[in-house]
Write a protein that binds this ligand. Structure first.
Ligand code: FES
Length: 386
């Protein structure tokens, strides 16, 4: 579509390049790209490859946010390039980098072998107790049973969550959020919850089957196994199809030198983690509030003099200022907690319909405010009677 629309505007793309044969480390390269409003970042990269630099390397396949191949960092956030549009980023320059936490093979292409191994280390398919014949018909589930795992089944294993996960960045042995989402998806599925026959690496806990081991794809033909062939084997096969350009002296063109960028030690203070960091820090304010109330309770138990001293301390200017700051932090903690909660829990079905996330947030915050107001009213009333 964009080919027929006029590309009347120009946007600057800063692309991190890494050519393993000639570059010691990745460097940014700037391109000016004519664009139209319906053009995605993926199309912009293709435009560079077509008309400016044919050596620019990146992955893509479906171009419709289904396969997950085109994942990359766009302005610091892990995103799918095919569903990120230049109109939403213009007029500012767009910074494009390979997915964080993965070794760079070349330009925007990262090594996926470790990721595939992690997915292979679980059982991402249904294992019923007994085989089910076609004659028995479809295995029906209620909306509530489906809601228990549906949000986890939406995962397309695009690796974006791995690029966003500082824990994976710090510890590459961590199985990672994508594999864990798959574990949750299958462990929550009613069709085999109590039916799975345990095998090596499979455990059970409180009635929930826990996937593990390395038996993924055992029912898939060898050629159908993604990641079955190593990268070097694939390179060799491609090598037979292409005429190799001359390599710098002393270095083979087939040489692989994946480049792993060091993790930023201040990742927690940068976008997109800063909001999360602050939210977690406000948990300290909640704990402080609890400690102050506990101290009041202890003083109350000790007698009138002790409690009067406690009240005197609380009514001081410093105390009032501290309480004001604590109140702001706690309110922010409560609101963001109820904003996060609906995103992390299974879909809530009431009367056969899913409760919208926003409504759950509003109800949660309203209930918290109501409880706080009721508690305050009770305290004021008790204070007047005593
Ligand atoms: S190309 Fe398949 S998700 Fe973007």
């Amino acid at each position: 579509m964009s080919d027929v629309m006029e590309r009347s505007k120009t946007i600057e793309l800063r692309v991190l390049r890494y050519r393993p044969v000639s570059d010691a480390e990745p460097v940014f390269e700037t391109f000016q790209v004519p664009y139209s409003d319906d053009m995605s970042v993926l199309q912009a990269l293709q435009s560079i490859k077509d008309s400016q630099d044919g050596t620019l390397s990146f992955r893509w396949s479906c171009r419709m946010a289904v396969c997950g191949s085109c994942g990359m960092m766009i302005n610091g956030d892990p995103k799918l390039a095919c569903e990120t549009f230049l109109r939403d980023l213009a007029p500012n320059p767009v910074v494009i980098e390979p997915l964080r936490n993965f070794p760079i093979e070349r330009d925007l292409v990262v090594t996926v072998g470790d990721f595939v191994k992690k997915i292979e280390s679980i059982y991402p398919y249904i294992m019923p107790k007994a085989p089910r014949s076609v004659e028995e018909g479809a295995w029906l589930q209620t909306p509530a049973q489906m809601a228990a795992y549906e949000s986890f089944a939406d995962c397309i294993n695009c690796m974006l969550c791995y690029a966003a996960c500082p824990q994976f960045g710090a510890n590459p042995h961590f199985i990672g959020p994508g594999a864990m989402a798959l574990l949750q998806r299958y462990n929550s599925d009613s069709r085999y919850r109590t039916a799975h026959t345990a095998g090596p690496g499979v455990g059970r806990g409180r009635g929930v089957v826990v996937h593990g081991g390395r038996r993924l794809f055992r029912c898939v033909s060898e050629t159908g196994r993604s990641g079955q062939r190593g990268q070097s084997e694939q390179d060799q096969q491609r090598g037979r199809l292409l005429l190799a350009p001359a390599a710098p002296e002393g270095r083979a063109m087939s040489e692989r030198r994946p480049y792993l960028r060091a993790q930023d030690p201040y990742w927690w203070a940068r976008k997109p983690y800063l909001g999360y960091t602050l939210r977690e820090l406000t948990g300290v304010a909640v704990a402080l509030y609890g400690a102050i109330l506990l101290a009041g309770l202890i003083c109350l138990c000790r007698g009138k003099d002790s409690f009067d001293a406690y009240r005197r301390i609380l009514s001081g200017d410093v105390s009032l200022l501290v309480h004001l700051l604590l109140l702001v932090a706690v309110v922010w903690h409560v609101v963001t907690w109820f904003q996060t909660m609906p995103k992390t829990m299974p879909k809530l079905i009431v009367g056969g319909r899913q409760v919208p996330q926003q409504r759950m947030t509003v109800i949660g915050v309203a209930l918290a405010a109501l409880c706080s107001a009721a508690l305050l009213a009770a305290v004021v009333m008790v204070g007047r009677w005593s």
